[in-house]
Design a protein around this ligand. Structure first.
Ligand SMILES: *Cc1c(COP(=O)(O)O)cnc(C)c1O
Length: 471
């Protein structure tokens, strides 16, 4: 490829990227097209001779762009999906242009140091123990996997078993305690770790899906030996925070009774609350636990994909993840990213975190937490005041659970009708859940770009479809 071709490709991609970003405010949030239509638009198999790169990129803008969801816009409230901070966007462009493979300092010294600093800033910002180690992974799923692998290492090491060398066959049993309704990714991580999704002790929660300390105490009292527990900073349905101080007290007692104990916190939704003085009351004791997973690509608004695994015990984290090989260049004394996550070759994923943290600033991160939470309350208040909906959760951070009220008292079907109506017209996007046997609509305000106007537009659309659906 000739040098000058970079410009043609960059211009084609840049033009398409800007057109997309400029369209976010008004484009349908979800494209109205079925699988067959999209497939027909994109089914252009490679020819024998291939095609000029700039043209292929130009084709993507025409063939694919109409079918992407406006996830980087302010009215995508489905699942828990973050937006695109401009600093992350710019950093992503550079990371792609530099094409750095980021496992080792020796391979990419600048990226390794940028990740080392981003890691340090995160630990400081989240007010976690200073010596904590950090790994940049693909998302909350792999962040929980990484932390739970460190947990598995440590609780078995404490009873003289080397799980990395000897595996789980013949190992002393490890008991894992999870909350009822624990996020699927925590159970999936246990599957990957050879512990199994079902081989867990499940502890009851209260009406906000916060773990009940009395139930956790009972569960721990019945366990003898290595123990791992998982709690949450921001439940996926209710947004609720567990009582970390109570959990930490129970873990200390359990440890004092001679049981190696590690408590992991799934903070995919709201670990960032620890950076907000206004939320300090919700995260008391968080820093007394052992590991914390979160997402860069959710509330921090780093581009997909980016997850963050943090462990108090850096030695356990490293022991679970590190790999040595003669054909690498290790032992430079600098931080090597491959010691802190399950990947080998990978993208320079920490660089957009570095850029986003610098751009937001410490106050900006706190403000992001507080603003998205305030906007969630604006949503909840407007829907409640309409008389057509009940807000099922206590709206503390940025998550809202909505029951739409049907005249016949059979409320469940209304959630799907209202969501489908709004989705089809493209004015906003919501997703649902089944919470305690009931079908509900979920709202997640996780995008820096969402403002009051977006909320009011979405509320107007929701109420219009609720009136239609309820008759
Ligand atoms: C999103 C989410 C995860 C998984 O994170 P990914 O980034 O999708 O892998 C884990 N736990 C909770 C509570 C989540 O909301």
């Amino acid at each position: 490829m000739r040098q000058s071709d970079w410009k043609a490709v960059f211009d084609a991609a840049g033009r398409a990227a800007l057109e997309h970003l400029d369209s976010l405010a008004e484009r349908p949030v979800m494209p109205a097209a079925d699988h067959a239509t999209i497939r027909a638009a994109l089914d252009r198999p490679p020819t024998a001779a291939g095609i000029d790169p700039a043209r292929v990129v130009g084709d993507l803008a025409v063939d694919l762009e109409p079918y992407v969801a406006a996830q980087a816009g302010g009215r995508y409230f489905g699942f828990v999906v973050g937006g695109l901070h401009p600093a992350s966007f710019g950093a992503e462009l550079l990371v792609t242009a530099w094409d750095q493979n980021a496992p080792m300092f020796a391979a990419t010294p600048g990226v390794a140091v940028a990740e080392e600093l981003a890691a340090q800033w995160l630990v400081e910002l989240l007010r976690l123990p200073r010596q904590s180690s950090v790994g940049f992974v693909t998302g909350g799923q792999m962040a929980s996997f990484t932390c739970l692998a460190a947990a598995r290492h440590e609780v078995l090491r404490a009873v003289g078993w080397n799980v990395e060398a000897d595996g789980l066959t013949g190992a002393p049993p490890v008991t894992v305690v999870v909350k009822a309704g624990a996020h699927a990714t925590v159970l999936r991580a246990l599957r990957f770790l050879g512990i199994g999704e079902r081989a867990v002790v499940t502890v009851d929660c209260d009406d906000q899906d916060r773990v009940r300390p009395d139930a956790l105490a009972r569960a721990l009292h019945a366990i003898d030996g290595p123990t791992i527990a998982a709690v949450e900073c921001g439940n996926v349905n209710t947004g609720a925070f567990d009582d970390f101080a109570a959990v930490a007290d129970l873990a200390d007692e359990h440890r004092a009774a001679g049981n190696p104990t590690w408590v992991h916190v799934d903070g995919a939704v709201m670990l960032l609350a620890a950076a907000s003085p206004a939320m300090a009351g919700s995260v008391v004791g968080l820093d007394r636990l052992d590991s914390w997973s979160t997402d860069g690509h959710k509330l921090l608004n780093v581009a997909y994909d980016c997850g963050i695994a943090i462990c108090r015990n850096a030695a356990a984290h490293r022991a679970a993840m590190s790999v040595q090989a003669a054909y690498l260049e290790q032992g430079t004394g600098a931080r090597d990213p491959l010691d802190w996550g399950p990947e080998f070759s990978r993208r320079a994923r920490g660089v957009p975190v570095y850029a986003t943290l610098r751009s937001l600033g410490r106050d900006g991160v706190a403000e992001l937490v507080e603003r998205t939470s305030r906007l969630a309350r604006r949503f909840a208040d407007a829907l409640r005041d309409s008389g057509r909906a009940v807000i099922v959760n206590e709206v503390v951070p940025n998550q809202v659970l909505v029951r739409w009220l049907a005249r016949d008292g059979e409320h469940g079907h209304l959630a799907d009708e209202v969501m489908a109506g709004v989705r089809a017209e493209g004015s906003a996007f919501f997703s649902g859940t089944t919470y305690r046997g009931e079908r509900l609509m979920r709202i997640s305000v996780s995008d820096w770009a969402t403002d009051e106007h977006d909320i009011d537009r979405a509320v107007e659309a929701l109420l219009r479809h609720a009136r239609l659906a309820a008759g």
